[in-house]
Design a protein around this ligand. Structure first.
Ligand SMILES: Cc1cc2nc3c(=O)[nH]c(=O)nc-3n(C[C@H](O)[C@H](O)[C@H](O)COP(=O)(O)OP(=O)(O)OC[C@H]3O[C@@H](n4cnc5c(N)ncnc54)[C@H](O)[C@@H]3O)c2cc1C
Length: 474
């Protein structure tokens, strides 16, 4: 249903409000598109410019029970920022100030609309960096990363975004402004509500300021790539390297299909074989760690092990990996990349997970490029099909569902870093069990009793388009 959002014009906001169709349309899809047709176009878009703006908007929508969906850069892949129930798209991209850098404390304060790469730029001259940046760090924001609990290529060494968030200022559903967490390196004071907000996809509160922890840039950064005779060899080699305690900062797997697409996109002439990209960080002795890694890869029949001379040369070696998402999307104009996403499994089960996905693809004669932050047991996939062919579209859905179910069966997760959004709601109970999902609902009811914050996300029964709670329940 459409909501009357004209009240927005009467709020005394620093920011801007738009009811224009084209603006609303741009807030009705994210990078993953809306191939499953679950999202809708908002009735209005508003760009707050301050915490006071966000507070006034949330208080007003709460009074009227109008849905509000936070939106940042829209690079999510599961419809996380796409409204399920019209209402208002709350676009935080104009709250993009770097507020304070405190190099002695290894900390930075930012507004939520700051791009991830801008954090690195702001602290580079201090010899610092933000380690958990996702691969999309230059096109996605701090607020979106916190809300999705994103992670990236360096997570195998440094952890995920949530591990680097110290303190959050957030606005709750009724407009109340709270500060959660602490600027201290550790705290055991009270409920850890800061971590509850991390990964909550804008369903429990809107982040308006974040204090992030930073790391010192290592003295030595070396990286390269290794080519393997088969995907099984590559996956086993990654597992062995992690199990053996190789101190790797990044270890990425790319299958032969993805390698072919990356070659076509970047114009490189690498063989179309499975590859592992790696990077090492150390203050001294990085060569020893590289040799250790090479010896393990040799035990898995590595065909080529190339280490770049310096960071600039490493960028060249890595180009194929960096362009991958776009290479897959543009590979064949007659094929659409359906169900782009990720699963993550315990590292010991990684080879089985990889083998299973490729088997599912082969059985149905489908093209399923796979790659991922392998050191975390993470695998990305999409299914390339002709959208006009209903049988192929159905087969793609089967591969997708079987992949996610396999990850859960292995003790892993339906989503290692992209969140549940609209796309993975149906797997929430299978992963956590109905009792745990009911506990999540209780949290949502406590913090957002009128179900205004990003309603229709996460919980499975909202698939049919019903909002979870009615006013008279409270
Ligand atoms: C090419 C490509 C590569 C990618 N690589 C990675 C990767 O390596 N690792 C990874 O984890 N992800 C990756 N992603 C997914 C995506 O970029 C991340 O999830 C990113 O963190 C989303 O940020 P965003 O600014 O685009 O947020 P959006 O997509 O706009 O929003 C994300 C979620 O956050 C909520 N939200 C936004 N701002 C706020 C706020 N201030 N307060 C509360 N809630 C808010 C939204 O409602 C939504 O639920 C990739 C995506 C693409 C397109």
């Amino acid at each position: 249903m459409a909501y009357d959002c004209s009240f927005l014009s009467n709020l005394d906001l620093e920011g801007e409000v738009s009811f224009g169709e084209s603006v609303r349309e741009t807030h009705a899809a994210d990078f993953g598109g809306d191939e499953r047709g679950m999202g809708v176009t908002p009735d209005a878009v508003v760009w707050p410019e301050s915490t006071a703006d966000v507070s006034a908007i949330l208080a007003a929508v709460n009074d009227r029970r109008v849905p509000v969906t936070p939106y940042a850069a829209g690079t999510s892949l599961e419809g996380n920022a796409v409204p399920a129930h019209r209402g208002i798209s709350l676009d935080l991209s104009r709250m993009d100030a770097v507020l304070d850098v405190r190099p002695d404390d290894f900390q930075i304060d930012v507004e939520p609309g700051v791009f991830g790469s801008a954090v690195d730029e702001a602290v580079a001259s201090e010899g610092l960096f933000f380690p958990p940046l996702p691969s999309s760090g230059d096109i996605s924001t701090v607020g979106g990363m916190i809300a999705n609990d994103a992670s990236g290529m360096k997570t195998v060494k440094y952890g995920e975004v949530g591990d680097w968030v110290l303190e959050l200022e957030a606005v709750l559903a009724d407009g109340t402004v709270v500060t959660l967490g602490s600027k201290a390196a550790k705290t055991s004071s009270g409920y850890n509500l800061k971590d509850l907000l991390v990964g909550s996809e804008g369903t429990l509160g809107v982040v308006t300021r974040a204090t992030l922890e930073l790391a010192g840039r290592p003295e030595q950064i070396r990286g390269g790539r290794a080519l393997f005779p088969s995907l099984d060899h590559a996956a086993e080699a990654v597992f062995d390297a992690v199990r053996s305690g190789v101190d790797v900062a990044t270890i990425e797997l790319v299958d032969a299909d993805s390698a072919r697409m990356a070659n076509a996109y970047t114009g490189t002439d690498l063989p179309d074989v499975p590859m592992v990209f790696f990077e090492f960080h150390a203050n001294h002795g990085v060569e020893r760690e590289i040799e250790f890694c090479e010896s393990i890869f040799e035990a898995h029949d590595v065909e080529r092990f190339e280490v770049a001379e310096d960071e600039a040369a490493m960028d060249d070696l890595w180009q194929a990996r960096k362009d991958l998402a776009f290479a897959i999307q543009t590979y064949d104009p007659d094929l659409t990349a359906l169900h782009p996403g990720d699963v993550t499994v315990p590292i010991g089960d990684y080879p089985e997970m990889v083998h299973s996905v490729k088997g599912l693809a082969q059985e149905r004669d489908l093209l399923v490029p796979c790659f991922g932050h392998a050191g975390d047991g993470n695998l990305h996939y999409s299914v390339l099909v002709d959208e006009e062919d209903p049988e192929a579209v159905e087969a793609a859905a089967e591969v997708y569902e079987a992949t996610v179910e396999k990850a859960i069966d292995l003790g892993g997760t339906a989503t290692g870093e992209h969140g549940i959004g609209l796309g993975k709601r149906e797997f929430l109970e299978a992963e956590h069990g109905s009792e745990a999902v009911e506990a999540m609902r209780a949290v949502k009811r406590a913090l957002d009793p009128r179900d205004t914050l990003n309603p229709g996300k996460l919980f499975p029964e909202t698939v049919e388009g019903e909002r979870v709670r009615a006013d008279d329940q409270h």
